[in-house]
Ligand binder design. Sequence first.
Ligand code: DOR
Ligand code: ZN
Length: 343
Amino acid sequence: MNELILTQPDDWHLHFRDGDMLKETVPATDRCFKRAIVMPNLVPPVTNKKQALAYRDRILSAASDTSFNPLMTLYLTNKTTPATIREAISEKIPAAKLYPAGATTNSEAAVKGIESLYPVFETMSEVGMLLLIHGEVTHSEIDIFDREKVFIDQHMEPLRRRFPNLKIVFEHITTADAADFVLESGERIAATITPQHLLLNRNDLLVGGVRPHNYCLPVLKRNVHQQRLREVVASGSQKFFLGTDSAPHAKHAKESACGCAGCYSAWSAIELYAQVFEDLGALDKLEGFASFYGPDFYGVARNTDKIRLIKEKWTIPDQIDLPVGEKIVPFFAGHEVNWKLAR
Ligand code: DOR
Ligand code: ZN
């Protein structure tokens, strides 16, 4: 097959950042995706309707495609109230993000004691706002490779029992445990999967030297987990959909003694997913994953425009120069990709 025509996809999880960085990140995404669920972990975080709407305007000003539709999210903190949720849903803000405090980039202000937010989840369930979860515990005694599994036992199971009507997206899952938890759950629990967790495992982070550009959170896991994620997307299950977690950091901040977590995949995301599905002999399942199951789960219309991917080899650049003098190393820099989005 030399050409793929797909219903235009959406990215159900990414990080645009703010300020000048938007001129880089928003066009990189709107070249391909119609909508994107925009993560709220700015400094300070996006915790209310007013901040979310102002951030949305800044994103729209940086868009290269005027029909691009950023979907905003609220950052839950211990100060979030049911009223915060009601105000946000009245402005059609579809989702709120739960970061356990300390779990990842800019999560210091986030939630301590998830149970204390149960009244907020009650309201979200009532008004139909989705709960997006970074599913890792942060206790120092729990090994970093076990943090997703322990989160399932300690928090996802109780949430599933307590809030049967709340729609939950288990974001950027990395383990067979998470994939199986989602498969065993009812139709109100789904998950996003990133390109890096389909393409790589922890050997790609640690063998032959530490590779900081493959460092993200949740961290890459052993290959059996990678294989399980590949299996579930190849199966065509509607419970798994595209969320890149594209998350830029300056080159110097990643290539550091204490490097930041995040892979900036926007410039190659759909192409890399296509490559994975092709490797799996499951190209016929790509459109569901990229373009149908996300909107179906969020309860919004599927896109009607199309995109075209052609079979053409190209190499992901070694770096991107930002106008402000910073550089970013894109995810999979220097690697050859088999598919290309046609302009
Ligand atoms: O690798 C990651 N980077 N994981 C996250 O959860 C956050 C993200 C970021 O904001 O850089
Ligand atoms: Zn993220």
